[in-house]
Design a protein around this ligand. Structure first.
Ligand SMILES: [Ca+2]
Length: 281
């Protein structure tokens, strides 16, 4: 009996019910125990993870959204830390987005790097190429690999349109210029300033050598591409033709005008010319 009493006492101390005493309600098992939330929320960045901002421009961050398997949309709980972008000062700014769900599971941090620059750069390729460049993507590869590329960690793409894969306006497709930016040559000479639609309205030519010619595909000063369906369409059949009976719009050195730089005329696609490459992200 003594032994039994000890067992009961021990059970009481340990909080077990003997069935004789009242158990406080709070330690009674609730209905079905909820499955604990062990899944972290996810953050989705709005806009690009890298952004170029012109010096002294106004920077507005595009923000991020967050959602959780249990809590649903928790965008309002995102904590934004890291650098404050000061567009007066050149350099990189890293913005950090973090959030946790109600069960304290932290999302993987998401960041955005904002780079404030005084201008963006352009260069003329050293390489010349016939109208059969291999399409817009191949033209970008040519810019990336050209010996005139300053290899400064940025992507350089071809200022070249075909009206389908790349177009400046109406519609804008994979366009290579940023709105309201100053562009200079890699040598530091002014090239032009883009407007809010990311096109130049005036230009200082990239070359003073009239014998230096480059493909653009830009048909007129309104930045229209040539006809994108005819073979002799002003873009060498979307830059896949070396035929002397097809042609492509080109610019050349010596004139400080949109005309001279982007649509001086149409040359047969069996000629070999340069490309203008522009800095981007
Ligand atoms: Ca969760």
């Amino acid at each position: 009996m003594k032994y039994l009493n000890f067992i009961i006492s021990a059970a009481l101390v340990l909080g077990f019910s003997t069935g004789c005493e009242k158990v406080p309600e709070e330690i009674l098992p609730s209905e079905t125990p909820a499955t604990p939330d062990t899944t972290a929320p996810t953050i989705t960045l709005l806009g690009n993870s890298t952004v170029l901002v012109m010096q002294n421009a106004t920077y507005t961050d595009a923000g991020a959204t967050a959602s959780d398997d249990t809590d649903g949309v928790i965008t309002a709980n995102i904590v934004t830390t890291g650098d404050t972008v000061n567009t007066a000062t050149l350099g990189d700014y890293v913005i950090r987005y973090n959030v946790s769900d109600a069960a304290s599971n932290a999302a993987t941090e998401v960041t955005r790097t904002v780079t404030v620059v005084s201008h963006l750069k352009v260069f003329l390729t050293t390489t010349t190429v016939g109208g059969n460049i291999g399409g817009i993507a191949a033209a970008d590869t040519l810019c990336a690999n050209d010996v005139s590329n300053p290899n400064d960690g940025y992507t350089y793409r071809a200022l070249l349109v075909d009206g389908v894969d790349r177009s400046a306006l109406n519609p804008t497709v994979d366009w290579v210029l940023q709105p309201s930016f100053v562009y200079k040559t890699t040598g530091g000479a002014t090239f032009g300033t883009t407007n809010a639609s990311a096109v130049f309205t005036s230009i200082t030519n990239i070359s003073t050598n009239a014998g230096e010619i480059w493909w653009t595909g830009v048909a007129d000063d309104s930045w229209n591409p040539g006809n994108t369906t005819a073979p002799n369409d002003g873009n060498c059949n979307r830059w896949t033709s070396n035929s002397g009976s097809d042609n492509g719009w080109m610019g050349k050195g010596s004139g400080n005008s949109l005309d001279a730089t982007f649509n001086d005329g149409r040359y047969a696609c069996n000629g070999s010319y340069k490309l203008i490459c522009v800095q981007g992200l």
